[in-house]
Ligand binder design. Structure first.
Ligand SMILES: [Zn+2]
Length: 319
């Protein structure tokens, strides 16, 4: 989206499955079971891991649920068909392109027209602001287990009703990963905060078979590191921090329809300041508990509540 990195929030996470977890691999038959865990060859051994794309999907669908409690238009329906009034931004933009031949769907226009969820997670027209690393097992290895998949039709879409097949789940173990939020607006950080809290409280399920009780995961949230690169102003002042969103850092923010002068003054609290190279790179580290969520959360809530859909004429009711 932007050619330059202006701000970044890196969030360290450790995910602990509680009970059984199944992350399907497309080529599972090779291992002799019908649905197996994804594996990677690492240091000469086969290892199960949690793909970053799978984690991102989980975070997105949870964020969609949070968004819809505030405003039904704050999250498009990525699975919705042409007649869905919440049809996805990606397909609504395709439609806009077809109907308005002259429209210039450059990144700023796409960002401005997309729903808040697409602005954070991306769609077929723009990259998202949030990236997830693959999560690798650390410490005691997770244990693979084969289970009988009778009656699992609810998550295979009904095709194998009555059929018996094997699936491979894992139990135990822990997976280390990190989220990266780059060139973010403050409301985006706020939304991520709500998802993190639910992950920490074990309210988010991952992978397949959720309706059968699989997929419970509890996250331990490590450090949150905020980087500001080349900001003109000081992020840290005597007793407070000036947190800045992309709208306050980026000359063309207005073209993107970003929050103007996106800033928040919060008490310094227990942040660890690594003011490395004057203003060229300013770095702050927080624990999850010490992060100013109380101040940032309302940025997201009011953003979602006041969001006005600009693609409404291209969603729903199509043929
Ligand atoms: Zn959308």
């Amino acid at each position: 989206m932007f050619k330059r990195l202006l701000n970044e929030c890196k969030i360290d996470l450790t995910l602990r499955p509680e009970g059984a977890l199944l992350i399907k691999s497309g080529l599972a038959q090779v291992s002799g079971v019908d649905m197996a865990w994804v594996t990677v060859d690492r240091n000469g051994a086969k290892e199960v891991y949690l793909p970053g794309s799978s984690l991102k999907g989980t975070i997105r669908s949870h964020a969609e649920r949070i968004a819809r409690t505030l405003n039904e238009f704050a999250a498009c329906n990525t699975l919705g068909g042409k007649r869905d009034k919440q049809r996805s931004c990606g397909s609504a933009l395709d439609d806009m392109k077809t109907k308005k031949k002259q429209v210039d769907l450059s990144t700023p226009t796409v960002y401005q027209h997309s729903c808040p969820l697409c602005r954070l997670f991306g769609n077929t027209w723009i990259m998202g602001r949030l990236a997830t690393e693959d999560a690798y097992a650390v410490g005691e290895a997770p244990k693979p287990q084969q289970r009988d998949g009778v009656g699992i039709d609810r998550f295979t879409g009904g095709a194998s009703r009555g059929a018996k097949f094997e699936l491979e789940v894992i139990t135990g173990g822990q997976f280390k990963t990190a989220l990266h939020l780059q060139n973010f607006e403050l409301w985006q950080l706020g939304l991520v905060g709500f998802v993190l809290q639910d992950l920490r409280d074990g309210l988010v399920r991952m992978g397949s078979g959720k309706s059968r009780g699989l997929g419970k995961v509890v996250a331990e949230i490590g450090d949150l590191t905020l980087h500001y690169i080349g900001a003109k102003e000081k992020i840290v002042e005597d007793d407070h921090l000036n947190l800045l969103g992309a709208g306050a850092l980026f000359a063309e923010a207005e073209k993107y329809g970003m929050v103007k002068d996106d800033r928040l003054q919060v008490p310094k609290g227990e942040a660890t300041i690594k003011d490395s190279m004057a203003n060229l790179r300013q770095t702050l580290t927080f624990s999850f508990e010490a992060f100013p969520w109380k101040e940032i959360a309302p940025k997201w809530v009011s953003y979602a509540q006041t969001f006005k859909d600009r693609l409404d004429q291209y969603r729903g009711g199509g043929d």
